[in-house]
Design a binder for this molecule. Structure first.
Ligand code: SF4
Length: 285
């Protein structure tokens, strides 16, 4: 297999075809191919993978093997990976090929109490592929984690959820209008999914990206914190401070980056927001 898929989320992986496509049509549109769910399960099932990296310590517990799948329904203003929005931004990779790569690192992932994280993009766009990977990871005794915005949570069966040890659930705003402003999608499916995970007792970490002037409003944070306080299986909240690391990708794709002049949140602002979550008894990082 001659494919080189390793990389870092912060490296530029914008393909020539992706850049050309962004200029020739509305790159923000959700393509028909991104709506389709892939079919036959098994080792031969082929997914679209942007890249993978080994050694992450920020995508779940321990050392992680992280695969970035392509396709996403959201269009977050602060997206670090706009080069994953469309399924065809990725390269075709079979389940067997992906597992061959994961198996190389299985021992070190186990020793570090880490595992495998599927990120993106939104991994649920390629739900069948993601679940084939998770099923095989569980057979290897590996911890499994999904990094998701929950928009497509209704694609997941309870049997699927039993194969996912931890959800990193991104809730991008507590206020529905601000959520739509940030993502171009509705908030409710994410809230429904969070409650379902809670009812089923599935462990989750909620992640909140703090962007000055966009997601930092006191009342907006109160709403997210209230949602979190009602989630029985929530283990922690992570406040992710906005930074400008995604900007180059937007520009490379010929997209206007809406947050180009926004500064990262000050330590005082980050602490105020953490305090709003902590005041509800939540564990906050
Ligand atoms: S959900 Fe993630 S990949 Fe999709 S647009 Fe938002 S930040 Fe980007």
């Amino acid at each position: 297999m001659g494919q080189t898929l390793s990389g870092s989320r912060y490296e530029l992986h914008v393909s020539r075809s992706g850049a050309a496509q962004s200029k020739s049509q509305d790159y923000f549109t959700i393509h028909a191919a991104d709506l389709e769910e892939s079919g036959d399960p098994g080792e031969d099932l082929v997914g679209n993978v942007h890249s993978w990296e080994v050694g992450s310590t920020v995508d779940g517990p321990g050392i992680r093997f992280v695969a970035f799948l392509t396709g996403c329904f959201l269009r977050c203003q602060y997206c670090h990976n706009p080069d994953t929005w469309h399924k065809n931004n990725g390269r075709p990779v079979s389940v067997a090929r992906a597992m061959q790569e994961i198996r190389k690192y299985a021992q070190v992932l186990k020793i570090s109490h880490g595992g495998v994280t599927l990120s993106g993009g939104e991994p649920m766009v390629q739900k069948a592929f993601a679940m084939q990977i998770f099923k095989r990871c569980k057979q290897l005794g590996l911890h499994t984690c999904i990094d998701t915005a929950g928009r497509l949570g209704d694609r997941m069966t309870d049997e699927d959820l039993a194969l996912i040890d931890l959800h990193l659930l991104d809730i991008k705003s507590g206020d529905p209008a601000i959520y739509e402003q940030v993502t171009r999608q509705p908030l409710q499916p994410t809230l429904d999914y969070a409650r379902r995970l809670s009812d089923l007792g599935r462990p989750m970490w909620v992640r909140y990206v703090l962007v000055p002037g966009l997601t930092d409003g006191y009342d907006n944070v109160e709403k997210v914190a209230d949602v979190c306080a009602g989630l029985k299986s929530l283990e922690r909240v992570e406040i992710l401070r906005f930074h400008q690391m995604g900007r180059d990708k937007w520009e490379k794709l010929g997209l206007e980056y809406p947050l180009r002049d926004v500064e990262p949140p000050s330590p005082e602002l980050a602490e105020r927001v953490r305090g709003q979550f902590r005041s509800r008894g939540l564990t906050v990082y």
